[in-house]
Design a protein around this ligand. Structure first.
Ligand code: ARG
Length: 469
C-alpha cells in the first residue's frame, strides 16, 4: 500500500507505477536523503514538535537503514516510487508508527531538491579537484617541455611560432575559468531548501537555520515556492559542465591532430591508444575522439533541463523529476573524461623535432620581418605589403625566407640591414614576443608562476570544502 493511498479506491496501475517511479535512479541519493531526514528529526525535537525519545528512535532507525543500503542489504521496491518513500516506509516498518512522525512539516518536494543540492555540492568539489589535478599535470608538462617550439595556428594554417608550453597553458587558463564557474555553482547550490512543506511553508514552529547548519549549508532559501521549483543550480552546473567538456573536447581534437601522421607532434603512450580489428598497423586516439563525442550528450542534458523548466508554472511539478538522470549522466561522463585526458597528456611524448620543423616552414616568421621594418619607421600596412611581396617571390622561386641574402631583402626594402638575416629564426621570433601573456620564454615563465598561484588558491578553496563521504 502506498504511503499516500488514503484518498484512492484502487491500487495504482502497474504501467503508471513504473512510468512515474524514480527509484531506479534516485536511489543514488540515499545518503543525502537520510542525512536530511536525520537533521529534520533532530530539529523536530529541538522545537518541541516531537519528543527527544521519538527523535532518537527516528534517527537510529534512519542510521540503520543507511547501513543496510550501504552494505547492499536493503531491498528496494519500485512500488515505493522514489528514494524518499522507500526510506520512510522502511523506517515505519522498522520502528513502528512513530516513524510516521518524520514527515511532519516537510514534503518530498523539499526533500528532492535538498538531496540534489547535498549531492551536487559533493560532486562539484570532486570535479573541481579533478580539474585542479589536470591543471597541475598541464603545468608540469609545460615545465618539462618549456623550450620546445611548435607552429601556432590560425584557421589551422601555420601562423607564428610559439612555445608548446604556451599552447598548453592556454588550456590551463580555460580550466581556471571552469574551476571558478564550478565555485559559483557551488555557492548557488549551497542553499538549504527544507521547510517549504510542499510549497507554502508550514504552521509548525520549525527551525530552518538549525537544519541548515546541521547539514553544512551557508544559508536557507528565501521563498518556499521558489525553493521547491528552482532547478537553476542544476542548469548552472550543466552549463558549467558544458563549457568544461567543450574545453576538453578542443584539446581532444588537438590530440587527434597532433598524433596523426600528418602532424606527428606527439606520440601517445601505447597504454592510452587503441588498435584496429582489421588494420594491424593502426594506433588510434579513441579516448580523445570519445571525449569530443561525449560533448553531445552533455550539451543535450543542458538543453533537456532548460526545456523541462521552460513553461513550468509554480510551484512543484512532476516534470522536475526529469532533473536527475541528465545531471547524473553529466557527472558520470565528465569525471572520467578529465582523468583520461590528464593521464594521456602526462604520458604522451612530444616530438620536438617535428614540431620545430613545422614551425620553421611556411613563412611563419613573416610577421617578424614586417615588425622589423615597422621598428625602422615604416607604417605597418606598408611593411605588411613589402613582406607579402617577399613571400610571393619566395613561393615563385620555391625558396624559404632563410635562404634570402641581404641583397635579396634590400631589393624589397632598403631598410633591411644585416641583422635582418636573423629574422627567419623561430627561436628569435618566439624570444621576441615578450608582451604579458605572450609566447617568449620570459612571458611563459610569468604565466607558469601565475599558474602555481592559481593552483594554490584552488587547493585552498577545496580544502575548506572537503567532503569525506
Ligand atoms: N520523485 C520526485 C522527484 O524526483 C519526488 C518529488 C515529489 N513528488 C511528488 N509527487 N510530489 O521530483
Amino acid at each position: 500500500m502506498k504511503l499516500w493511498s488514503g484518498r484512492f479506491d484502487k491500487p495504482t496501475d502497474k504501467i503508471i507505477e513504473e512510468f512515474t517511479a524514480s527509484l531506479d535512479f534516485d536511489k543514488r541519493l540515499y545518503k543525502d536523503d537520510i542525512a536530511g531526514s536525520i537533521a529534520h528529526a533532530k530539529m523536530l525535537a529541538k522545537v518541541g514538535i516531537i519528543s527527544t525519545k521519538e527523535s532518537d528512535a527516528l534517527q537510529s532507525g534512519l542510521s540503520e537503514i543507511y547501513r543496510e543500503i550501504d552494505s547492499g542489504q536493503f531491498s528496494f521496491d519500485i512500488g515505493d516510487e522514489d528514494i524518499h518513500m522507500a526510506i520512510e516506509r522502511a523506517l515505519i516498518d522498522k520502528i513502528g508508527s512513530v516513524g510516521g512522525k518524520l514527515h511532519t512539516a516537510r514534503s518530498r518536494n523539499d526533500q528532492i531538491t535538498l538531496d540534489l543540492r547535498l549531492y551536487l555540492k559533493k560532486e562539484i568539489v570532486i570535479i573541481a579537484t579533478l580539474i585542479k589535478d589536470f591543471q597541475a599535470i598541464l603545468s608540469e608538462k609545460c615545465r618539462i617541455s618549456k623550450s620546445a617550439m611548435m607552429p601556432g595556428y590560425t584557421h589551422l594554417q601555420r601562423a607564428q611560432p610559439i612555445l608548446f608550453s604556451h599552447h598548453l597553458l592556454a588550456y590551463f587558463f580555460m580550466l581556471e575559468r571552469d574551476f571558478n564557474r564550478l565555485k559559483n555553482c557551488f555557492l548557488e547550490t549551497d542553499v538549504m531548501p527544507l521547510g517549504s512543506a510542499a510549497l507554502a511553508g508550514t504552521s509548525f514552529p520549525i527551525d530552518r537555520d538549525f537544519v541548515s547548519s546541521e547539514l553544512g549549508f551557508s544559508k536557507i532559501s528565501d521563498n518556499s515556492l521558489d525553493s521547491v521549483s528552482d532547478r537553476d543550480f542544476v542548469v548552472s552546473f550543466l552549463s558549467s559542465a558544458s563549457l568544461l567538456i567543450t574545453h576538453l573536447s578542443r584539446l581532444a581534437e588537438e590530440i587527434v591532430l597532433w598524433s596523426s601522421q600528418e602532424f606527428g607532434f606527439v606520440v601517445l603512450d601505447d597504454a592510452h591508444a587503441t588498435g584496429s580489428s582489421i588494420m594491424p598497423q593502426k594506433k588510434n586516439p579513441d579516448f580523445a575522439e570519445l571525449i569530443r563525442g561525449k560533448t553531445g550528450r552533455i550539451f543535450g542534458n543542458l538543453m533537456a533541463m532548460l526545456t523541462v523548466l521552460k513553461g513550468l508554472p509554480l510551484a512543484y511539478n512532476r516534470d522536475l523529476q526529469e532533473d536527475k538522470e541528465g545531471l547524473f549522466d553529466t557527472i558520470d561522463t565528465i569525471k572520467p573524461a578529465i582523468v583520461v585526458i590528464g593521464s594521456a597528456i602526462q604520458a604522451m611524448t612530444i616530438n620536438i623535432e617535428n614540431m620545430e620543423k613545422a614551425a620553421g616552414t611556411d613563412f611563419s616568421t613573416a610577421t617578424d620581418y614586417a615588425d622589423y621594418l615597422v621598428k625602422k619607421g615604416i607604417p605597418f600596412r606598408a611593411a605588411h605589403e613589402v613582406v607579402g611581396e617577399i613571400v610571393k617571390d619566395c613561393i615563385a622561386k620555391n625558396k624559404d625566407l632563410s635562404e634570402l641574402s641581404i641583397d635579396d631583402l634590400k631589393n624589397f626594402s632598403n631598410d633591411f640591414d644585416a641583422d635582418a638575416l636573423e629574422l627567419h629564426s623561430i627561436k628569435n621570433s618566439v624570444d621576441s614576443r615578450t608582451s604579458p601573456g605572450g609566447t617568449a620564454p620570459i612571458s611563459v615563465e610569468e604565466q607558469l608562476a601565475k599558474s602555481e598561484k592559481i593552483l594554490k588558491s584552488e587547493e585552498e578553496w577545496l580544502s575548506t570544502n572537503e567532503y569525506t563521504s
